[in-house]
Design a protein around this ligand. Structure first.
Ligand code: SAH
Length: 232
């Protein structure tokens, strides 16, 4: 696993403690993948750049200092685990609707000595109708749903004045065109589109930064079947 972190370190500066924790996370991911189906990525380069480096591109926005962050649909812990390691003044909530994946994230964080990450089991659209609604400074999500659908899962979770950052691939801008109405209806406004280069793979990924400018109307989020059938 050292090699995964060595590859990452060519592109990012990491302290020894961060390297050690990230190395532990990769070790667990590879060890448990067969059982839990956590990732389709296999090579050291893929895990280093498409999981760790990609997760940490969020920090390029400069928005994360000391913030409470929810990672919606975190799966095997991306971006939440690398984010927790490299922004230790943030408090990270890793959310997923699948208990076994979330257990993996919880145990990996605990055993890596990560103390600023908690897990939250459940469907995002249901959690957003509890007391957790509009309580986070930032929501992030990667690989969960198309942007118009994703906005309804994520924006209700964010406090007024906070941000939802969608981590998208090269088609981010196209998805954004389709999601403009959802963003507006849910109280958001797109304030920046940051293109980030993923080294070695020659790929551009997109961070879509949406500011929550107004509280979300009580009728949102709707039930998942409705969100999917009639995206805003
Ligand atoms: N973010 C991770 C995982 C992406 S796979 C990564 O980029 O590697 C999508 C994950 O979203 C799955 O683990 C799935 O269980 C979760 N998910 C899908 N819909 C969800 C919902 N409505 N609420 C919470 N989690 C959801």
């Amino acid at each position: 696993m050292n090699s995964i972190v060595e590859i990452t370190k060519k592109y990012l500066s990491l302290t020894d403690i961060q390297s050690e924790k990230l190395s532990f996370i990769c070790e667990r991911l590879v060890e448990m993948n067969g059982q839990l189906n956590l990732t389709a990525l296999k090579t050291d380069e893929e895990i280093a750049l498409l999981h760790i480096f990609d997760s940490l591109t969020l920090l390029q926005t400069g928005l994360f200092n000391g913030k409470s962050v929810i990672d919606i649909g975190c799966g095997g812990g991306f971006p939440s685990l690398p984010l927790a390691v490299c922004s230790n003044e943030c408090s990270i909530t890793a959310n997923d609707s699948t208990a076994k994946k979330l257990r993996f994230v919880e145990e990996t964080a605990r055993d890596a000595g990560i103390t600023n990450l908690k897990t939250l089991l459940g469907r995002a659209e249901e959690i957003a109708r509890t007391e957790r609604r509009e309580t986070f400074d930032i929501a992030v999500a990667r690989g969960v749903a198309r942007l118009d659908v994703l906005c309804e899962l994520c924006i209700p979770m964010v406090k007024k004045g906070g941000f939802f950052i969608a981590m998208k691939g090269s088609k981010g801008k196209e998805e954004l065109n389709q999601a403009e109405n959802a963003i507006k209806v849910l109280g958001g406004k797109t304030i920046d589109i940051v293109e980030v280069e993923i080294p070695l793979f020659d790929r551009m990924h997109t961070l879509i930064i949406i500011e929550k400018q107004r509280n979300t109307a009580g009728e949102y989020p709707r039930m998942y079947s409705k969100i999917i059938k009639q995206p805003l």
